[in-house]
Structures are given as C-alpha cells and as structure tokens.
Write a protein of this length. Sequence first.
Length: 116
Amino acid sequence: MRDIAERTGLPQPYLEQILLALKGAGLVRSKRGVGGGYTLARPADEILLSQIVSAVDGPITLGDFGKPHEDGACDHEGQCVLLDIWNQAGAHMRTYLEGYTLDEIADMARGDRPWA
C-alpha cells in the first residue's frame, strides 16, 4: 500500500479508506501477513468504472434532490422540470461510466489504447 500511496501522492490513511470501500463493494479482497495486500476480486475486464465510483463516492447522481412531488421538492414553479433534467443527466453519467472497464482504463493509462 505504501508503494501505491507514493506513486499516486495520496496519503496512506486516505488510500486505506478507498481500499476498504472497494473491499466492501466486493471489488478487491485483502490478504494479511507477509506478501499480503489487496488484489482484484474479479478480472479487471469485469469491473466497471461506475462500480468503482459508486463504491468510493456513493450512488452516481448529479445532486441530492428529492423525487418530484415528494418532501416539498416542487414547492417552486419549474422545479419539477429541473429535477427531472438533473435525474436524466445523472442517468446519462451512470451509463457513460458503465461503458469503461478497469482493464480498458489501465490500457489507456499505459498508452496501449486511445483515450476516451
């Protein structure tokens, strides 16, 4: 983990939080002891970017808005329309992130595949 922290410039405690979130989502597994660490729980071509983002940041949305007509979400004129637009934008973002696997992203980072 120290190696990852040094290469990414992330503080080790923050990196540990990320790895625990990924472990909780079933994307990585940990091994204790000598030679221990983290490994992918399944092949990189089966792990979607959307799954990684959701594991670390929570559900992929473009805001924390209530559904139209719930909890006073539409008390102001036009707000329901805007809420629907934000919900659709969030759905598009989720679909876009589902279009990339960890394997593809690693290829892009190595220069073995064109960037998105």
